[in-house]
Write a new protein. Structure first.
Length: 281
């Protein structure tokens, strides 16, 4: 019972995807049923329904590594947003995460809740999206991703992300087309593109510099010219952001990255320029 609402919490299963999709549509999220299926392959969560099975809330956690978990897919219907449902769900999720460092990307509506739970605010994530109107000339260092690049991509991603998100990255690689920057026989940057929401999303994008991030993103812009594309980034200026704006992908919305736990190490030669999905980072 949350105030006057009798709600039944249960563990999410694939059978709940139609109702979870209904819930996300009700609050204006772009996620398809297939995007929920991806989330359930990577994490677990709880789901609130009323006595006749109508969806009212959800929350998930993703065990990225032994020392890191991400929290996401936290939704409450407007009817419950002021009644403590989100806090109750988060308490249940945090009881499952153990002693891991925690991260999440907070909407404006949930920011104060996470702050009250001890999460510290970090950088803003800018959601660039729209119809691609232009694309840059090809960079000769960039080529299509091959299966024999996967080990190098995992190693590069681990340095940039600060944890080996093996399961998540393998899933993204399985469902994506990719580009890499190869210099002197070594992969120094990559970008993946896959179906998501209204169209396609490019992410993760990992590179050493903004120029390299722009270069490895360029072929995906060219492929999707005239179509909808989304890229979520914490960058606010430089070659990479200039490319997104020039290609028709303006910043439309924001969330705030928040963390609880120990600071993560920074590698100066590997940087996450775009998120895979907001729930995972």
């Amino acid at each position: 019972m949350i105030d006057s609402f009798a709600l039944e919490p249960r563990a999410m299963t694939p059978a709940d995807i139609p109702l979870l999709h209904e819930l996300s549509v009700a609050v204006g999220w772009m996620h398809r049923a297939e995007d929920w299926a991806t989330a359930l392959r990577l994490g677990s969560g709880i789901f609130l329904t009323d006595e006749i099975g109508r969806p009212f809330g959800s929350a998930m956690w993703f065990p990225v590594a032994d020392d890191l978990a991400m929290l996401g897919m936290v939704i409450t219907t407007p009817r419950l947003q002021e009644r403590g449902a989100a806090r109750w769900m988060m308490d249940q999720i945090l009881a499952q995460t153990g002693k891991r460092d925690l991260g999440l990307n907070a909407t404006r509506a949930a920011f104060r809740l996470y702050l009250s739970m001890g999460f510290q605010p970090g950088l803003t994530v800018w959601q660039h999206q729209g119809i691609v109107t232009d694309s840059p000339a090809a960079d000769p260092r960039v080529r299509p991703m091959r299966a024999d690049d996967f080990d190098a991509i995992h190693a590069l991603d681990t340095r940039a992300y600060t944890a080996h998100r093996e399961k998540a990255l393998n899933l993204f690689l399985e469902h994506s087309t990719g580009t890499v920057i190869e210099e002197a026989g070594r992969v120094t940057g990559y970008a993946l593109c896959r179906r998501f929401g209204r169209g396609h999303v490019v992410g993760p994008i990992v590179a050493a510099t903004a120029r390299d991030a722009a270069a490895v993103t360029g072929p995906h812009l060219a492929t999707h010219r005239g179509r909808y594309l989304r890229i979520d980034t914490r960058e606010t200026e430089g070659d990479f952001v200039d490319l997104l704006n020039a290609s028709g992908l303006a910043a439309r919305d924001t969330v705030t990255t928040m963390t609880l736990g120990n600071p993560r190490p920074v590698d100066p030669d590997a940087h996450v320029f775009a998120l895979a999905i907001q729930a995972i980072g």
